[in-house]
Structures are given as structure tokens and as C-alpha cells.
Design a protein. Sequence first.
Length: 235
Amino acid sequence: MSNSYHSHRRRRKSGAGRLGLAGALTGVVGIAAVAAGIVYFRPDGDGGGNTGRPSLASQGETGAHSAAPAPKTGPPVNFTTPEGYGYSLAAVKAGTDRQPLGATQAPPSGTTYAYADYVLTNSQRRPVLLDFPADLFMPKSQVPADAQGRCMPQPGIPDDLCTLPNHSEVTARLGGSKAPVDDGGDQMIPAGASYLVRIATDLPVADGLSAGELKMYVWNARYTSDRKGVEIAFP
């Protein structure tokens, strides 16, 4: 999934860490301000110094939290992380749109953006980290020539498919689910909650790309330790 690879697996800050930070705060304010400026003005938006891997779909925003009825989905697929977080994913639809997540830079003539919607559910009886495991894939032939170098193949995914830099947002709460809650700086999904998530490409695709050519997979080793991509099939 992009050069803009912001880690979604933030680690909790210990109480000791907070005390240490408070003690050193006066001495580092100036340095932190300079560092923040450097991060903000990086042209690729990458504050982590990462290499040219595509961005995980799990990068994203919590987005709007309006309530919505549960949509029709494909078969759900369950995943468990090494920390014991459990998720269920079920695909809703895919397509193209010039503004799939609201206001964005207009794509060049003859191109558009690709997106997919899916239901993300906390399958456990306790809160789990808000994460976006799915990634959006398309035929490389449908990616403009100037972006083909950014469309990356991934382990366990058919060779003719690749994934562009993208990001994900929660667009609605489903079935009366509660909104994500903050826990020490981490966004957590309440027990049993389900959200509608949209993943959209940050780079344009050919406007001839059809919904049927778009596929959604979970491939990251955090979820699939056997290095085989797992397709999340559309209805």
C-alpha cells in the first residue's frame, strides 16, 4: 500500500514515559517544533522515514461517525493479530469516483480515483485497536504510465494486480454501534461495533477501470502469517 506509510499500530505510552517526557519538556520544545515542521513539509507526507513500500490501507482517519443501516456484503472473513485483536471484514462494493472521500485534488483528464467500501467489525467482547487491514488492488494495465512505478505487487496476490498509495476512513457506524473511543492516544473499536470503511487511492487510475476489475485483499503479515493474500469478496 505507498511512500506515506504512517504506522497505525501505535504503542501505548507508559506512565514512566510520560513522567520522563514531562521532565524533559522544556529542553526539547524547540527541537520538537523544528522536527514537526520538517515532518509537515515533507512532500510525500511521510513522517516516518520509510522506504518506497506502498501505504497500508490501515492508514487513515476515523472520518464521519453518522449512523447507517447495515449494507449487503460478501462473505465475512475473520482475522486475529499477534496481540489478540480480532476483526471481521466483509466487502460491500467497489468503483471509481473523482472525489471518493470528499474534497480532493481533481484527477487529470481521462483519469479518476478507485475506491472500495467494506464493513469492519470488532469480533471480540473487548475493545480492539481501530485498524484498517484491507488493501485495494487493480490491474496494473489500468494505472497511468506516470504512476505505474507506485503501483506495487504484494506477496500472495495475483501478479497482474498491484496496489496504489491509498488511505482509509470510517464513513459510518452500523447497527447502533458506538463511535471509536480514545485510550491513551489509541483509537479503539468498542466491543462488537461495526463500521463502514472506505479505502480510496491517492493516485489516479484510468477512467475506463471497471468495478469488476477492483479487488480487495488482506496481505500484511500482521494478519496473514503464511504470506498468502486473503481476498475479501464483493457480494
